[in-house]
Structure formats: C-alpha cells, structure tokens
Write a protein that binds this ligand. Structure first.
Ligand SMILES: Nc1ncnc2c1ncn2[C@@H]1O[C@H](COP(=O)(O)OP(=O)(O)OP(=O)(O)O)[C@@H](O)[C@H]1O
Length: 264
C-alpha cells in the first residue's frame, strides 16, 4: 500500500473571499479506505468536488492517479465511482433495469455487458432481487444497488459521501464488508461520514474544521495517543487545541463553552 492514489499540496478553494478549503495536504495510498471527517460546513464536499474534477481549485496542487486536477479533470472523472446518501436510482425501474441503464450510461460494450452485470449482482449480493421494483426495496438493498451502479465502469477510486445515512445497522455492516472486499481487489475508497463506528473502519482519517485539516492518523493510533474513548473525543481534542476554547461534545454541532461555564 505504498503507492499513492491521491496527492494534494496546499489545495485551496475560495468562494469570493470565503475560504472553504484551506491548504489541504493529503497523501492517500492506493487500496486504502480514507475518511474525511468534519462537522457540517467543514469543507468535505468542496474537497471531494475538487478531487473529482467538478470544481477548479483556487490554488495548490492536486493529483489523482497521476492526473492533474486542473488539466485532466475529464480523465479523472472516468476513474471515479461516486455514491452519495441520495442514491441516484430510478425508482420505477427494476433492479436489473437500473443496472442495464447504468451499463448504457457508462457505455459498457454489448459483448461484456451481461457478464459485467452478473459480476455486479454477485458483488453487491443482489441475487434474487433482479426483478424487484426499486421503489419496493429497503434502504440497505437500495444502497447496494446504488453501489453496484456506480462501480459499473470499474473505477479505481470510489467516493462515498455519507453513504449509510439512511440505512439500518445490519445493512451498514454488510455494506462495509463489501467495501473491504473491494479494497482487497485494489480499489481506493474516500469516504465522508458522521458515524464514528464507520470512521473507525477507515485505514486513516483526516479531520476538517473550518476548511483546514486539524488532525489525522490511523483511528486506533490517534485514539490511543490522545488517551480518549473514541474518534469523536479525538476530534474535540483537536478542535480545542486549534481554538484554545472548550467544546461541548458533538461532532455535528460544535458548541464552544463560555469560559465562565467551563469554570475558568
Ligand atoms: N458554491 C459555493 N459558493 C459559496 N460558498 C460555498 C459554495 N460551496 C460551498 N460553500 C461554503 O463552503 C463551506 C464548506 O461547504 P462544504 O459543503 O464543503 O462543507 P461540508 O463539510 O461538505 O458540509 P456538509 O457536511 O454539510 O455537507 C460552507 O460554509 C459552504 O457554505
């Protein structure tokens, strides 16, 4: 795992005078699961959009599988499978019809299309569901179908933007087992999540706060180093270090405690 899939150096995005991502440095090894964590508005989606070639950075460098985010964004897109919590599925089509639709979108050649769809059905555990109407599927099945659709073109990088927000715990576990299997086959996964158990499944995480990376590392290692219980506590500790203020524990809504409240 020493080859790098993504390298950024001081990658920055400003919207007018507002800096959404500030000098972001990343080195993401091929075949790893990398988590970008942070509260709402921290800059996660902006960072991902720059890496996908959807928006142009303001400054800094970005390289995805050796492709430059400024000059080769179209080629980068061909190498990416993107899945968000809002699954882009056609509810009035069956599972098979959705898979066929995506195979056509990605221009999978006719002679390998059938085989490719069978592979996806096996990978995502969708056997027996082929004729089901998508709208009748539970959140977990829809999620696996959406995953299958975004892997149709065999991307090298899978981006999961809060993938399991609408899914029950058992389905989340099955989903993550599939993701592990994919990384064993060499795919690199970049994930944003608010779920700490999910974040602890990453090989490495980076915490974004106010557009800046304020801490990073392998989850077990940083929990041990900070001598705390979980990644939420690690995050709070980083925010307190950064701001010099006491924080009330919440990953999604950072609330600073007034100094008199904090007993200082
Ligand atoms: N096109 C834009 N124009 C102006 N400001 C923007 C634009 N896109 C994002 N921002 C701002 O940049 C900041 C970071 O937004 P971003 O969506 O990247 O955060 P996030 O960490 O993904 O949050 P969430 O978890 O809510 O999706 C926010 O303050 C947002 O309002």
């Amino acid at each position: 795992m020493n080859e790098l899939a993504i390298i950024t150096k001081n990658l920055t995005k400003r919207f007018d005078r507002f800096t959404a991502v500030d000098k972001m440095n990343l080195q993401i090894p091929k075949g790893s699961i990398y988590g970008l964590l942070g509260p709402n508005g921290a800059g996660k989606s902006t960072a991902i959009r720059m890496l996908c070639g959807v928006i142009t950075p303001t400054e800094g460098k970005g390289d995805v599988f050796g492709l430059d985010v400024y000059k080769e964004s179209e080629k980068i897109k061909e190498n990416i499978g993107y899945m968000s919590q809002k699954f882009s599925l056609y509810e009035d089509l069956t599972v098979m019809e959705n898979l066929n639709f995506y195979a056509n979108i990605y221009s999978i050649p006719k002679k390998i299309k059938k085989e490719r769809i069978v592979d996806i059905i096996n990978m995502a555990g969708l056997e027996g569901k082929e004729k089901s109407m998508t709208k009748t599927l539970s959140g977990g099945w829809k999620q696996r179908l959406a995953l299958g659709c975004c892997l149709m073109h065999k991307p090298k990088l899978l981006i999961l933007d809060e993938p399991t927000a609408a899914v029950d715990p058992v389905s989340r576990r099955i989903f993550w087992q599939i993701i592990y299997k994919l990384t064993k086959e060499g795919i690199t996964v970049l994930v944003t999540t608010h779920y700490m158990d999910e974040a602890e499944s990453c090989d490495e995480v980076a915490f974004l706060f106010g557009g800046k990376i304020i801490g990073r590392g392998a989850p077990k290692e940083i929990i041990r180093k900070k001598n705390v219980k979980n990644l939420e506590d690690v995050f709070i500790s980083y925010v307190e270090e950064q701001t010099g203020e006491k924080v009330e524990a919440s990953f999604n809504k950072i609330k600073f405690i007034q100094s008199d409240e904090a007993g200082e």
